[in-house]
Design a protein. Sequence first.
Lengths: 488, 521
Amino acid sequence: MPANFAPTAIDYIRFLPEILLIAIGTLLMVLEPLIGGNKRTTFSVLTLLGLVGAMAAAIFANDHPGLSFSNMLVVDGFATFFRVLVIGVGIFTVLSSAQYLRREHADSAEYYALLLFSISGQCVMSAANELIMIFIGIEISSIATYILAGYLRDDKRNNEAALKYFLLGSFATAFLLYGIAWIYGSTGSTNLAEIRNALTTGTGPHSLTLAGTAAALMFVGFAFKVSAAPFQIWAPDVYQGAPAPVTLFMSAGPKAAAFAVFLRVFMTAFLPITHRWEPFVWSSALLTMVIGNFAALLQTNIKRLLAYSSIAHAGYVMVAIAAHNQVGTAAAMFYLAAYAFMNIGAFAVITHFSRKGEKYVNVEDLAGLGWKQPATAALFSIFLLSLIGVPLTGGFFGKFYIFKAALDANLIWLAILGLLNGAVAAYYYLRILVVMYMHEPGESTVTLEPLSPGIRATLWAAALGTLILGIFPSLLLNFANSSSALGK
Amino acid sequence: MTLLDLVIFLPLAAFLLILFLPKQHEEGIKRFSLIASLAVFVASLGLLGPYWFSNPGKYVFETDLPWVASPNIHYHVAIDGISLWLVLLTTLLTPICVLVSWKSVHDRIKEFFAFLLLLEFGLVGVFCAQDLFLFFVFWEVSLVPMYFLIGVWGHERRIYAAVKFFLYTMAGSALMLVGIIYLYNQAGTFDYAKILAGLQNGSIAASYNEQFWLFLAFFVAFAIKVPLFPLHTWLPDAHVEAPTAGSVMLASVMLKMGTYGLLRFCVPMFPVAARNCSGWIVALAIIGIIYGALVALVQPNMKKLVAYSSVSHLGFVVLGIFSFTQQGFDGAVYQMLNHGISTGALFIMVGFLYERRHSLEIDAYSGVATPAPHLATVFMITMLASIGLPVLNNFIGEFLVLQGTALINMWWTAFAAIGVILSACYMLWLYQRVCLGKPSSEVSAFKDLNLREYAISVPLILLMVWMGTFTQSFIPSISQSNAVILGPVDAKRDVHVRNDVHGALHAQQTAHPAKEIADAR
């Protein structure tokens, strides 16, 4: 324990993104009653500026890596990667939300403030180096997200989604907290590196059993947050019920941050007891892929379909964790970035297409979109092909790296079953393509208005991102490779 | 930047350009596609250069550029005597398909021709890739445009057919991807030549068990594409529902991706496993030959008949490859080209008839020869070529395959030859019902071939005759490349390689391809 707790200047620089996000969020809440009527775009503009500033701060902080605030936070490549990722997800969310909120007459500063708080929590999660910080980060992120899920408070589906998410989420966090208590009890520390040292040197079977139980309890908490089986039940209901732009956000940002802490804890603190948790992660990965893909085959609601698809994709990332090697960590990082692009794109199309009250959210409603709005449909096709994992898209390279890592770790059966799962998944993504291009346009497509500027920007940027990651993956992969050495 | 890079990327450039053309200018889009695909064809003729007077006996037009640093993926393309002809087949058939679709595609013209050019990009790439990862990329990329061609512009059950086609190939390639990654993790490279060398000197995948499973992973992916009985069920659906151009590209080029894969990857990389499995595979090939022919015999639908005849013909190709003889290999490659020309032409003929009568049922036609004698003549030559009449192309290929097989096992030849007889039955019967007899009132109104249709059929007919008579223009370059592949796996040399990879290595080092050719002649 250092004698002096007073933070230094460098501590603030390393913590600047979170400070900025919280400050802008608070400012928005203060401004809410002061700005009214036709000036309400100020909120989204201010939020965007805050996010861009935070992203710049996160990148700047990467030049000053190291531990902060009595080793509670760490700025390294891994933290920067996920901070930039979740802030980027935030920017896309803001761009896709404006029109939706106006349509639902819910254009208030509250939404953006909550979004910023949620993102700040995810930034803390990405940079946390200690279990209490991880817990605080998860809570900041989750509580804001619970409220966002029920943001349209007069809508029954929103309320249901928020309540379900909140109740089950609280349960899962309790498990996580219980796990933290156990690990503190058995190793006497909440610092990840110290836990690892304690587990490496601690030889008594007693302490290993304790650590294994703690790892299992924490696994429950994390598996819930990333919607991995058998703790995925909440995801379809919440994704379907929440407002479309919030689903866009939830499926990319909080998920990526949850995987960040999952990776950091299991690849740092629990690395010495790999043999204990690997079989569980292995089974969970397989189960997640199978449940996600096979359940998605039966869905007619496109939000629910993509919710199951997002469960399946969590399964692929779990494969990377099961590989428990550095290549796996880098693969998971790359995959989460690629997944963010393609999933944001897909949900942005749905946000655009659903219309007031989310009237059109069935797969069949997209009939003939390919010929009514060729550009929108073509971009959507890129996202879908990437979700299938067709070469020259980010989704393919992501999957490729993950299964390469799995084979590196000799998980041959997991790789074979995972890739065959991909072929099953192709079926339900193809169904969307079929409806868009091979069915005659219906009422839902004919009455579609043109893209709003925000969604247009989101779609093009996400498509560009998907293709760039698919054609020049080195741009991102080199960074992921160089920053994936956790706990080494 | 070599000529080959130009041939690969020109279709992609044309595809991107079409996307930016206004979609109202339908004539302009058609003309542009025709000019672009003809330009690719002319450029690809330049690839013949090194083969014109002599045989380079190695890969030519090689480009090797790093693409991704880690994992180590290269853009590495080159052609040998096998790839050369398959590339030419692709670039020849693309402008023909553009012409075929000139009048038969009515809506969404821009997207149709764009996908056709994207398809050409993928197909040419598949035959040139010298990096396993790049091969996989092209393999999958060619899937997407074909999916749309079938699903958007096909007949009634097009959606079912398109999805089935996509999923079958996807499932197969998932296994192949596992195999490719496994090889990479051991070799540290995707480069075909390096992996091949590593496999042959036993530094990667040294145990027979590994080789066997890797062989199977690749084999299933290729067997689905060929398609080998009993994995063929996607093919009749896809062929029948696809628009004419789609059927032509599918039958003539895409099926060859499977047989090319067998010849280029499966056999040379895992020779011992391939040899050990050959009995089973030959059995499936022969079942495919006879079964395909018998099913073709009873089809009331012309396209389905031609589709099943493809199952039968492709059985010959697989039979030739798994005979492990020089003649069998040469026949297999030659038969790939022959099938590409003659079956492509058959689908085009069916398309011509469909444009006139709007029916694929054989019953809807009779006596076409009376109102349209030239159409009937072209149809007849194509049909005779497909049967394997001497002087026309298929005869040479089938003969070489049967000869190669006979060197190994007379029974295989005997059973396979039944397929030749059956092919005469179903083709002649088809011709008799469609072209001969008294024309019905609808058929009497048929117009004969127009200028565009002549432009499509005459080059194909000329090629059938050329390939059936001047085989020396094609066979030497094919033979030479085949001899390189055949070296370690030749059935005629008595090498005891079973369960012994180092034996295979020994065989490789002592092989003399040139002498092999001399022996074979």
